[in-house]
Design a protein around this ligand. Sequence first.
Ligand SMILES: CC(C)(COP(=O)(O)OP(=O)(O)OC[C@H]1O[C@@H](n2cnc3c(N)ncnc32)[C@H](O)[C@@H]1OP(=O)(O)O)[C@@H](O)C(=O)NCCC(=O)NCCS
Length: 223
Amino acid sequence: MAPYSIRKYQDQDKEAVMDMFIKGTLSHIPSGFFRLLKQPRSFLLLLSVPGALFLGSGSLFLSLLVLPGLLVFLWLLTRYPFNWYVDNALRTDMKDIRKSYLSNRGSCFWVAELEGHVVGMVCACPAQQASRGQKCLEMLHLSVRTEYRGLGIAKSLTQTLLQFAQDQGYDAVVLTTLCYNYPAQRIYEQLGFWKAREAFDSLKWRVIGIPFFYYKYSVPSSL
Ligand SMILES: CC(C)(COP(=O)(O)OP(=O)(O)OC[C@H]1O[C@@H](n2cnc3c(N)ncnc32)[C@H](O)[C@@H]1OP(=O)(O)O)[C@@H](O)C(=O)NCCC(=O)NCCS
């Protein structure tokens, strides 16, 4: 396979970047659904509703009939925060990538290109919440097309971003990732990020029991 290169985003990359961002984010829904199913409250729901129906109606058929409906409900409940995240990004930072990430020196958007195709992406902008007076860069939207995973592309994109953080005089790089995104966590930890905290990003995520890990990287020059 030909080597890939990493360069700044160009307007003609938009379609490939959007596709990768949406598919990469939504690909986490099935694992999120199975995590939700394994939670005691889901067991309780899946047992108590058919149980109550059986006690009320005496019909085993009717009580079993409600199970697929409950599963569909839990699936839709899981999908909601992921879809919300994508829609929100498409309305805000991803609406105009050039304006959001390439119009000031403290932000950037990179893509990985292989054999003429855009196969990876990552971007960064100044973090909105300052951390103890530190100048922090927030890393966002790391994604690699499925067929090109495992080639070190995400690692290279992250390394490019860390170099940018150093060149721009940032003190730290911060990011948020799903608690069960082990491939991403492995990359971050290999590159020197550490888990600063764990929390539910909002009520939407709390409802489905999926917390986020907040990672931080101290830029070497500021040590
Ligand atoms: C997470 C993601 C970006 C990784 O991309 P990638 O290009 O395959 O990652 P890399 O090839 O750079 O992998 C770097 C390291 O992670 C490991 N890794 C990658 N995928 C892995 C997997 N599925 N399971 C275990 N380890 C994995 C690799 O083994 C490698 O470690 P090594 O250097 O010791 O061999 C990719 O899976 C993806 O796009 N996922 C969907 C979007 C997403 O979750 N983004 C992260 C948002 S926080």
